[in-house]
Design a binder for this molecule. Structure first.
Ligand code: SF4
Ligand code: SF4
Length: 140
């Protein structure tokens, strides 16, 4: 049975980029593409040609050969103000806030989990819901 994580604490740690260095896909909504393209002064079409891999019903960032993300540099994310919803909402993804076990597992690489202020469960759920809405194909 899935149990909602309780008493979540979280505060992103300055200088940390661990979540960006994990293996996995960064999925994109249509608005994620438009926002990031605009931030970089590109058209959505040009952004998509360069950075996006599109399948029948999903889009994700292409992964460069030498790192985990085109936008990751030592100092952090170069598109931070316009980063994809998935990146912005982390770690309040449905699969993490709805499972104590998954939350604890993710906390092994995210030093911000378990630190900082107590997060209202309602707030965490709201963010998880935003994630579901942004990527309906992932949460059917
Ligand atoms: S791993 Fe956690 S603390 Fe580090 S940048 Fe990501 S969210 Fe912040
Ligand atoms: S888009 Fe930015 S926040 Fe998301 S994985 Fe890449 S570097 Fe990290």
């Amino acid at each position: 049975m899935i149990r909602m994580a309780e008493a979540l604490r979280f505060e992103c740690q300055p200088g940390c980029t661990e979540c960006c260095r994990q293996k996995g896909w960064v999925y994109l909504s249509e608005s994620d593409v438009v926002r990031a393209a605009e931030y970089l002064g590109m058209t959505a079409q040009a952004f998509e040609r360069k950075y996006v891999y599109r399948t029948r019903n999903k889009m994700r960032l292409r992964v460069p050969a030498a790192s985990t993300c085109h936008f990751l540099v030592n100092e952090g994310c170069t598109i931070h103000p316009a980063k994809p919803t998935q990146c912005r909402i982390f770690p309040f993804w449905p699969e993490l806030v709805e499972s104590k076990r998954e939350w604890a597992k993710t906390a092994r690489y995210c030093p911000g989990m378990g630190k900082g202020p107590l997060i209202q469960i309602a707030n965490a759920k709201l963010q998880a819901e935003e994630m579901r809405q942004a990527y309906p194909e992932m949460y059917r």
